[in-house]
Design a protein around this ligand. Structure first.
Ligand code: ADP
Length: 470
C-alpha cells in the first residue's frame, strides 16, 4: 500500500494546522452567516413596522366604504433601499378595503385570523403569487371610526442580495486566509523545527572517533534543549564505554604479551645453550610458571567478560562464611607455608545465601593478595562477624606495606596495580580485586578497603537475607 502521508514533519504540521483552521473558519463562517441573516431580517421587520406606523394614520375613508392613501404616501420614502412596499387593508369582516399598485391585485397574505395585528405586529415571511418573497407585519387601526387591519409587506429580495454578497465575500476571503495561514504555519513550523534539523546534522557528524563532541545547547530548559541534553548524556556514556573497552583491550593485550614474551625468552635461552637434565627441568618449570600466570589471566578475563555480559546467573545457597574462609585457607596453605606466614581464622559461623563458587574466589583473591604483598613471617588474619543490620562481614587483614592513599580509590579498577613494575609473584594482572568487587556487588554486598596504612584490611560485606539478583 502506498503511504501518502507527507514525509516531512514540517509539511505534516502545516497541513494539520491549515486543516484545523479551515474547519474552524468554516464553522465560524456558518455561525456568523446565520447571525447576519437574522440581523438583516430583524432590520427588515423594523423597516416594515416603521413604514406601517408611518402610513396607518394617513388612510382616509372613502364614501364607498373603501380606504385610500394620499398621493404623496404611495411610494416608499427611501427608494435607495430597493425594497418594494406592499400594502393591504382589510375590514374587520375580512373584506379588502385597499391594495396598493405594487400588489397588482394579489393577496398579501391569507384571510386574517381574529388575533392578527391585535397584540403584536407578528412579522412573518410570505410568498406572493408570482414567487416574490415578502416580510409582512400587521396592525389594527381605526380609520373613520371603524377598526381596519393594515398589512405592510417589504420584499425580501434586497435582504437576500446583501446576504448572498456577504457570503460571496466570505468564500472569496476563505482561500486567501487559508493560504496566508498555511504560509505562516509553514514558516513557524520551519522555525520551530530548525534546531532539530541542526541537531540532526550535528549528530550525523559524530562518529566513533568523535565521541567527545557534544550537541550545542541553546536553552537546556526547553524540549529541544532537553533532547540535546539526553543525547549528550548518551554520548558521554558511550564515550566512557568506548574508552573502557579500548583500555580493557589494550591492557588485556599487554598482559597477555608479557607472559608470552617470558615463555619465549626462557625457551630460547634454554635452547641456545647446551644443558643437562637439571637445567632443562628448570627451564620447563619456569615456562610452566608463566603458563600458569597466563592461565590465571585468561580465567580472570573470562570472568570479567561474563560479568560484563550481564547474563551471569547466580546459584545461591546458604553458605557458612567461616567454612568458606577455611576452604580458601586450605587451598592457599602451601603458599602461606612457603612465605613462613601465620594464618589465623576466627569469628562466628554466620550463614549467607550466596553462590559458593564466586564467594570462595573472592576470599581466595583477598587472601592471595595478603600472602603476596606482605613480608615473610608476617601474620595474616581472617575474621567473620555480623556487621551492620542484615549484613555479615569477612575481613582479611595483613601486616604488609599497605596501599598509599593516592592509589586507594583505584585499586578496584581493572588492571590497576599500585606499581606497574612491582614484583608480581603469581598472577598480578590487576584483575583480582576488580573480580572480587564485582562478585560482592552481584550478591547485593560490597568490598571495601577498611584500612590501607600499616597493612591492609579488606572487608567483604554480604547480605544475610536472599536478594533479587542485581
Ligand atoms: P593483582 O593481581 O595485581 O594483585 P589486584 O586487583 O588483586 O591485582 O590488586 C590490585 C593492586 O592492589 C595490586 O597490584 C596491589 O598493588 C594492591 N594490593 C592489593 N591487595 C594488597 C594488599 N593486601 N597489600 C598491599 N597491596 C595490595
Amino acid at each position: 500500500m502506498i503511504d501518502l502521508r507527507p514525509r516531512r514533519v514540517r509539511t505534516r504540521l502545516t497541513l494539520w494546522y491549515t486543516g484545523v483552521l479551515a474547519a474552524i473558519l468554516a464553522l465560524a463562517g456558518a455561525a456568523v452567516s446565520m447571525l447576519f441573516l437574522y440581523e438583516l431580517r430583524d432590520q427588515l421587520d423594523i423597516h416594515a413596522i416603521e413604514q406601517l406606523e408611518a402610513v396607518e394614520t394617513k388612510f382616509q375613508l372613502l364614501p364607498d366604504g373603501t380606504v385610500q392613501l394620499p398621493e404623496e404616501q404611495h411610494h416608499h420614502p427611501y427608494p435607495a433601499t430597493e425594497e418594494i412596499r406592499f400594502i393591504e387593508v382589510l375590514s374587520g369582516g375580512g373584506a379588502i378595503l385597499y391594495r396598493n399598485e405594487e400588489l397588482q391585485g394579489r393577496a398579501l397574505d391569507c384571510p386574517p385570523s381574529l388575533g392578527e395585528g391585535v397584540v403584536s405586529y407578528g412579522p412573518r415571511s410570505v410568498q406572493l403569487a408570482g414567487g416574490v418573497r415578502v416580510r409582512v407585519v400587521s396592525q389594527r387601526y381605526p380609520v373613520g371610526g371603524e377598526e381596519v387591519l393594515i398589512r405592510m409587506g417589504l420584499s425580501e429580495e434586497p435582504m437576500w442580495r446583501r446576504f448572498r454578497h456577504s457570503i460571496l465575500m466570505m468564500l472569496l476571503g476563505f482561500p486567501v486566509a487559508l493560504g496566508l495561514a498555511a504560509w505562516g504555519g509553514s514558516f513557524l513550523a520551519g522555525r520551530a523545527l530548525a534546531p532539530i534539523s541542526a541537531l540532526a546534522r550535528k549528530a550525523e557528524e559524530i562518529n566513533a572517533e568523535q565521541l567527545h563532541d557534544r550537541l550545542p545547547l541553546e536553552n537546556p530548559q526547553d524540549e529541544i534543549g532537553r533532547l540535546a541534553s539526553a543525547f549528550n548524556a548518551t554520548l558521554a556514556r558511550l564515550e566512557c564505554s568506548f574508552q573502557q573497552l579500548r583500555r580493557f583491550t589494550a591492557d588485556a593485550a599487554h598482559e597477555l604479551r608479557t607472559p608470552l614474551t617470558a615463555i619465549r625468552s626462557v625457551g630460547e635461552v634454554g635452547l641456545s645453550r647446551p644443558g643437562n637434565a637439571e637445567s632443562y627441568r628448570e627451564t620447563i618449570e619456569s615456562m610452566l610458571e608463566e603458563v600458569n600466570r597466563l592461565g590465571f589471566l585468561v580465567e580472570g578475563l573470562l570472568a570479567m567478560t561474563r560479568a560484563d555480559s550481564g547474563q551471569f546467573r547466580l546459584k545461591p545457597q546458604p553458605v557458612c562464611l567461616l567454612g568458606l574462609a577455611r576452604e580458601a585457607a586450605d587451598f592457599l596453605s602451601v603458599l602461606v607455608e612457603e612465605q613462613g606466614q601465620s594464618l589465623a581464622i576466627e569469628g562466628a559461623s554466620v550463614k549467607v545465601p550466596v553462590d559458593p563458587m564466586i564467594v570462595r574466589q573472592i576470599v581466595i583473591n583477598l587472601l592471595d593478595n595478603a600472602i603476596k604483598y606482605s613480608p615473610t613471617g608476617s601474620p595474616i588474619r581472617i575474621r567473620v562477624f555480623p556487621s551492620q543490620a542484615g549484613f555479615a562481614a569477612l575481613e582479611v587483614e595483613d601486616a604488609g606495606p599497605g596501599i598509599p592513599a593516592e592509589h586507594r580509590p583505584h585499586i578496584f579498577e581493572r588492571f590497576y596495580r599500585v606499581e606497574a613494575g612491582r614484583e608480581r609473584g603469581r598472577g598480578g594482572a590487576g584483575l583480582g580485586l576488580a573480580i572480587a568487587a564485582w562478585g560482592a556487588k552481584v550478591h547485593g554486598g560490597n568490598l571495601t578497603l577498611e584500612s590501607g596504612s600499616g597493612g591492609c584490611v579488606f572487608r567483604l560485606s554480604l547480605p544475610v537475607q536472599p536478594q533479587a539478583q542485581t
